[in-house]
Design a protein around this ligand. Structure first.
Ligand SMILES: O=C1O[C@H](COP(=O)(O)O)[C@@H](O)[C@H](O)[C@H]1O
Length: 321
């Protein structure tokens, strides 16, 4: 099924869109030791040619940071979404592997992982240069890697175990540490990878610039482990921080901060289901004030391309759809 959004819906969305500008022990990743090389790391460890929507919905305006773009994609089914997300990701993989010799990909937990299923199948299983992939987590629960709540385990079981990414390029948190310690450790690892040139730096923001962040959103509008009304949404200095009172269990987590999320080159925000229609409507309407922004609305790329991958139920509250 083709990607769809009606011209009317696209037109209606232009203002808001324009304004947004680490299983089994044998496969456990190495942990980042502030040193990248053949030995194990202790962390333990130009746009794709992509069909989309009327050009009107891809506008950029003066209120948005220069160079940022937004797109809304609405699919008939989660299957169609997964097909398209695989193509999008594979094209970015090729682009960054060619341009930089590495492709830095950030995963969230939750429903996002199911949406990556088509990447693990032909033709992508064979055609993607998986050796160039470096995989990170936008957030992680502070639990052992084999725990049911672990975002690493979720990704390993549903995606990483099915594609040949070198295990040393999969940067899970150090699950032997406290939340605070794990956040410090992850941040230190990111800094080392910036130094080594694996992760790019944003000249615009001074924060790391991941090539692609594949994110999900909760029904309350949270992204990563940045929850509505929580002070962490205002963190401006840290790259990675921690939370011990997450409103969604488990309570202890680490998370990228907004400066890092917003320095990305590409973000795919993957949101499906009627249960998320409220925050989608709020994020894509033009009515909110800066004082009541949901975390998902605070994801505003400084210089990059933000693409919503949605299904019809998720956009069901939008007008003129
Ligand atoms: O707790 C989390 O929730 C969000 C959203 O999950 P979803 O199942 O509603 O898509 C997820 O993006 C985040 O990584 C995770 O830790």
């Amino acid at each position: 099924m083709s990607t769809s959004v009606s011209a009317a819906a696209a037109d209606a969305l232009v203002p808001r869109l324009a304004a947004r500008r680490s299983p089994p022990a044998s496969r456990v990743p190495t942990i980042c030791r502030r040193r990248i090389g053949p030995s194990p790391r202790l962390f333990s460890s130009s746009s794709p040619s992509f069909p989309i929507l009327p050009a009107a919905a891809m506008a950029t305006d003066s209120a948005a940071p220069a160079g940022s773009k937004s797109k809304l994609l609405v699919f008939d089914s989660v299957e169609d979404l997964a097909v398209s997300l695989a193509k999008y990701t594979a094209e970015l993989s090729q682009k960054f592997a060619t341009e930089r010799g590495a492709f830095t990909v950030v995963l969230s937990g939750g429903s996002l992982i199911d949406s990556l299923s088509k990447l693990t199948e032909p033709p992508y299983l064979e055609s993607v240069d998986w050796s160039k992939w470096h995989v990170f987590w936008v957030d992680e629960r502070v639990v052992p890697k084999d725990h049911e709540d672990s975002n690493y385990k979720l990704a390993f079981d549903g995606f990483l175990s099915k594609v040949p990414i070198p295990p040393g390029q999969v940067y899970a948190i150090n699950d032997a540490l406290s939340a605070e310690g794990a956040a410090d450790d992850y941040e230190a690892c990111l800094k080392q990878l910036v130094k080594n040139g694996v992760i790019a730096m944003s000249t615009a923001t001074g924060f790391p610039r991941f090539d692609l962040q594949l994110l999900g959103m909760g029904p309350d509008g949270h992204i990563a482990s940045l929850f509505p009304g929580h002070p962490l949404v205002n963190e401006k200095e840290r790259w990675v921080t921690y939370i011990k009172d997450s409103p969604k269990p488990p309570p202890e987590r680490i998370t990228f901060t907004f400066p890092v999320i917003n320095s990305s080159a590409y973000i795919a925000m993957v949101v499906t289901g009627a249960g998320k229609a409220g925050p989608v409507q709020k994020a894509l309407s033009d009515k909110q004030t800066s004082s009541d922004l949901l975390p998902v609305e605070m994801a505003v790329l400084q210089d990059g391309e933000f693409t919503w991958f949605t299904d019809k139920p998720a956009v069901s509250l939008l007008q003129n759809k």
